[in-house]
Write a protein that binds this ligand. Structure first.
Ligand code: ATP
Length: 330
């Protein structure tokens, strides 16, 4: 079976973007592939989270993944920091990554702009650590949202570079989504994507209560356009239609698409419908995740078993990497 790796940072509450960009694929892939899914706690440290918050955030991300349908019996579900082999391969791989290419990464440039007081070296080498998360399991498929596409290109570059210098070890991993194009769920204001750590009102979380969901959808931006039948759909409206495609029936989607085309659309009705369908989608996941979070013993058991499998595989890759590099003295 082909190997799959993907991770989510414990930087806050999971949202629809995480679900449709990543988790939805995990759930399908667990039936066909050899899957390694992890909570990327080391990656979250670049923003200096409060140490008091970290364990709870990690447990919640685990609970929300399982509540969404991930089966710990079918995949290896673990926490990044339980696999120290990743840290060693990261050190080795850093010698093959160039400062110039790392400085050019758009997510790094964004951070330089938005948090100039904390441009730490961990942010710069983030793509190296991410590559190692993937390469150490020798994964070939990586289910991620569109925002991670470029990081995957870098993972392929690093794999190639290592293979060329030291000998063939790593397959080149590809970003993956069922249905080909990588997904990007825009924020409800239309500015940027939904994300864990930005603009609460513009992001629908898997932990949102029903009234919060309805309120957020109601406040979503809609432009009325020109009023001419057949006028092109403004992005704010097509964003809502896209969300409908994810949670509403085909008939509902068709109805509102046609209502736009002949300009009979009523945005209030449309948002009520979308809000209700969103509640139907989110509420069961939210409730299940709440229960699971009470059961920390179970979650601990899951990550312990997950780490055991992930570590065994990682240790093998690291051993081969060391040998190829010449760290081979006994
Ligand atoms: P943060 O707000 O801390 O940057 P994030 O919400 O962007 O977090 P990550 O932990 O960086 O989430 O990413 C987890 C997975 O979710 C990745 O595969 C990423 O591509 C995907 N993802 C995140 N946001 C979206 C989105 N809006 N649309 C589609 N996929 C997304």
């Amino acid at each position: 079976k082909e190997i799959v790796v993907s991770g989510i940072r414990p930087t806050g509450y999971l949202h629809l973007g995480n679900y449709f960009g990543a988790i939805r694929n995990y759930i399908r892939m667990q039936e066909e592939f050899n899957c390694y899914f992890f909570v990327a706690d080391w990656h979250s440290l670049t923003t200096h989270p409060d140490p008091k918050d970290l364990p709870g955030n990690v447990m919640r991300v685990l609970a929300e993944n399982i509540a969404s349908g991930l089966d710990p019996e079918k995949v290896s579900l673990y926490v990044q920091s339980d696999i120290p082999e990743i840290a060693e391969l990261y050190l080795l791989m850093n010698t093959l990554a160039y400062i110039g290419e790392l400085e050019k990464v758009p997510t790094f440039k964004d951070k330089v702009r938005t948090q100039p007081q904390n441009v730490n070296a961990g942010l710069l080498t983030y793509p190296v650590l991410m590559s190692v998360d993937i390469l150490i399991q020798r994964a070939v498929k990586v289910p991620v949202g569109k925002d991670q596409g470029q990081h995957l290109e870098m993972a392929r570059d690093f794999a190639q570079r290592f293979n060329k210098r030291y000998g063939n070890l790593f397959p080149e991993p590809e970003a993956f989504n069922y249905g080909d194009n990588l997904i990007r769920i825009p924020s409800l204001t239309g500015e940027g994507k939904m994300s864990k750590s930005e603009n609460e009102m513009a992001t629908l979380y898997l932990a949102d209560e029903d009234d919060q969901i309805l309120k957020k959808v109601k406040k979503a931006k809609t432009d009325s356009g020109t009023g001419e039948p057949g006028a092109p759909m403004p992005e704010s409206v097509s964003n809502l239609i896209d969300l409908m495609k994810l949670v509403s029936t085909e008939d509902v989607v068709k109805f509102y698409q046609e209502a736009w085309n002949n300009q009979t659309i009523r945005f209030g009705d449309m948002k009520n419908q979308l809000g209700e369908d969103m509640v139907k989608f989110i509420a069961p996941i939210r409730e299940k995740a709440k229960d699971l979070q009470q059961n920390t013993d179970y979650l601990r058991k899951v990550i312990k078993a997950g780490a055991e499998k992930a570590r065994a595989n990682a240790a093998q890759t690291l051993q081969e990497a060391r040998k190829l590099i010449g760290i081979n003295y006994y």
